[in-house]
Design a protein around this ligand. Structure first.
Ligand code: TRP
Length: 335
């Protein structure tokens, strides 16, 4: 226990707004399980963040649970990681309000995600979309993490979190740990199968393989994968010249552990027509246990409930301690 307490904390939130795909898995989630050996890890489904954009209620509920099940199936052990649903820990909303009052209009106006999303959803530029970074700062600062593993797109929000934490600490003393974004070293960057110069993304479903997709659909997508219009029809790693084949090699290498040199010699004299289905089969096999385990977990509502309830309980203990301290510092009367 004492050992646990000294470990550094890492925390990240995931918006349950889409299904997980191969790019998420190979580029991120696959490496998360190992982190729990070194860090005290918190992962939460950021359901409160998703409603800044209109959601279909039944879909939001289903995806929140499915996402939790998929993370567990990918190896995030709920015994070793704290997995919870954001809205189950009301301190996020409570500290969110407080931090709204320590976050400047000008700072929020500079957020590129706000600019992008408000351009995209012109009919729904709501207050939550604007103040979202204050809620995100609360998500983070409640747990005193040293590191926040995020993608490049969240770096600006993490920097704002630091600024808000420093501002608060300067007024009230050392309340918050000032966290650092932790942007993983080039993990496998998986590109779209249909357009290998852009990242695999759920918005381009033909180029994107979802973790829960049926094997025959996965095979079809790989067989149709765009390879390069060079004339050599040869499996060779050359990302600039041959982005399609190189991306497939990256995927094949990630799921089989084979090096690029091994792959090149395995497919010497065999063209793309043989290589593409071989990658498809390797992916199907790699995803099979994840799919089966996800489906088993999704069906086991009692187990899932157990996981998110005990996660919320553990998170809630830490969160309420932080909130109590903040309330006291700013002068709220103790109940
Ligand atoms: N804003 C993040 C995203 O859109 C999700 C998120 C919410 C988050 N709260 C967080 C990430 C706290 C890290 C820490 O992806």
């Amino acid at each position: 226990m004492e050992n646990m307490e000294k470990r550094k904390v890492m925390l990240s939130g995931i918006q349950p707004s889409g299904d997980l795909h191969l790019g998420n898995y190979l580029g991120a989630v696959k490496n998360w399980a190992a982190r729990a050996e070194e860090f005290d890890c918190y992962y939460f489904m950021a359901d409160m963040h998703t409603i800044t954009v209109r959601q279909t209620p039944a879909d939001l509920r289903r995806r929140t649970l499915e996402q939790l099940a998929q993370y567990i199936a990918c190896g995030l052990d709920p015994e070793k990681n704290t997995l919870f649903i954001q809205s189950h820990v009301p301190e996020h909303a409570q500290l969110g309000w407080v931090l709204n009052c320590y976050t400047m209009f000008g700072e929020l106006s500079r957020m590129t995600q706000f600019k992008d999303k408000s351009a995209k959803h012109k009919d729904n530029i709501n207050g939550g979309l604007f103040t979202y970074p204050a809620l995100m700062a609360a998500d983070i600062l409640l747990y005193h993490p040293e590191y926040i593993p995020v993608g490049e797109d969240q770096k600006q929000h993490c920097e704002l979190t630091r600024d808000v934490a420093i501002r608060f600490n300067n007024i009230y003393g050392n309340v918050f740990t000032v966290p650092e974004p932790y942007i993983p070293k080039v993990g496998a960057r998986i590109m779209s199968l249909s357009n290998p110069t852009s990242k695999m993304s759920k918005s381009d479903p033909n180029g994107c393989v979802f973790l829960l997709e049926k094997p025959e659909d996965i095979m079809r997508k790989f067989k149709r994968a765009v390879t390069d219009s060079d004339t050599e029809n040869c499996v060779r790693y050359a990302p600039a010249e041959k982005p399609g084949v190189s991306n497939l090699m990256g995927i094949y290498s990630s799921v089989t552990g084979k090096s690029y040199a091994d792959i090149e010699s395995e497919f010497v004299g065999r063209g793309y027509g043989e290589f593409k289905p071989a990658v498809g089969e390797a992916v199907v096999e790699a995803l099979r246990p994840i799919r089966e385990e996800s489906q088993r977990i999704i069906a086991d509502k009692a187990y899932l409930q157990d996981v998110y309830r005990s996660g919320a309980e553990k998170a809630g203990r830490i969160a309420s301690r932080t909130l109590r301290k903040v309330y006291k510092k700013i002068g709220f009367v103790e109940r």
